[in-house]
Design a protein around this ligand. Structure first.
Ligand code: DHB
Ligand code: FE
Length: 286
């Protein structure tokens, strides 16, 4: 059976892609940010996932305000990237795993989540930048299942709904009849607001509280409404929804591998959280 080895959540700010393209990882502005990913690379190298399910939000590349699915699951052999207008180099296509996609779709639909299924889906910086950050040099080798959340056109799915959706995704993966290791990736956040009167808004104490609760008490975050999240984390900080869903998908014994928090990257409080997930039977002695 498939096994979920763990989950990673990371910010996906477009400027990260430009910094990588220009080789600025050791530049003083970027170094504390990029250095935070080293333990994540070591964890990935040790766990060797065979596929990654990417929970992200599309920002207008594949879906726009006129047609905005709440949850859209990719079920394609490959996913194209395209120019979004941020000046990022267009990436080679990413590999899909359509069998795993359809298994997740069938199981999650059976749990009464009504999904949009996409046999063609372009992936934007919300997908591409975290893949590049976590698999520098080999990001196109690992098969992916992209799952896009609506964090743009209100009404958005609630934190509770996203957590439950993540749990359903986790159960679906663990019922997949193939010996493989799956990693969950949640992208976006942490606090940021790109426009309006509060442009530049960052809420460090709220972010640090979330980083803590995501490890030990994720249900606590499901008590917030979407409007609470907007107030506490900023209009784009609602991307925290994918971090909450990632945590929901971890069905076993969860422990923190590492985290990083760095203010600011562009307009965003940049965060990273790596969580290991062991089946209950392999629980380490406390
Ligand atoms: C920025 C952050 C985002 O999450 C995004 O999608 C676009 C821009 C930023 O901080 O520049
Ligand atoms: Fe974003």
């Amino acid at each position: 059976m498939a096994r979920i080895v763990g989950g990673i959540a990371t910010s996906h700010v477009p400027a990260i892609g430009n910094a990588i393209a220009k080789g600025l990882q050791q530049d003083p502005y970027w170094q504390p940010f990029f250095d935070g990913y080293r333990p994540a690379h070591e964890w990935i190298a040790a766990e060797k996932p065979d596929a990654v399910v990417v929970l992200y939000n599309d920002h207008g590349l594949n879906f726009f305000l006129d047609q905005m699915p709440t949850f859209a699951v990719g079920a394609a052999r490959q996913y194209l990237n395209a120019d979004e207008g941020w000046g990022l180099p267009v990436q080679e296509p990413y590999k899909g795993d359509p069998d795993l996609s359809w298994h997740i779709i069938e199981q999650v639909m059976a749990e009464e989540f009504d999904l949009t299924t996409c046999q063609e889906m372009k992936v934007d910086h919300g997908f591409v930048n975290p893949m590049t950050l976590l698999w520098p040099g080999s990001k196109h080798a690992i098969p992916t299942v992209p799952i896009s959340f609506n964090t743009v056109q209100h009404p958005l799915p609630t934190p509770k709904r996203c957590y439950r959706f993540g749990q359903a995704i986790g159960r679906a993966i663990e019922s997949y009849d193939k010996d493989m290791k799956v990693m969950i990736l949640g992208t976006g956040g942490l606090s940021h607001q790109l426009d309006g009167e509060r442009a530049g808004f960052i809420n460090k104490s709220f972010d640090l509280m979330c980083l803590d609760k995501l490890v030990s008490d994720p249900e606590a975050l499901t008590r917030y409404t979407v409007h609470d999240l907007v107030e506490q984390a900023g209009t784009q900080g609602v991307e925290l929804l994918m971090w909450i869903a990632m945590r929901g998908a971890l069905t076993g014994q969860v422990s923190k591998v590492c985290s990083n928090y760095h203010i600011p990257i562009s307009n965003t409080a940049a965060g990273l959280l790596v969580l290991d997930n062991k089946p209950a039977s392999q629980r380490k002695a406390a």
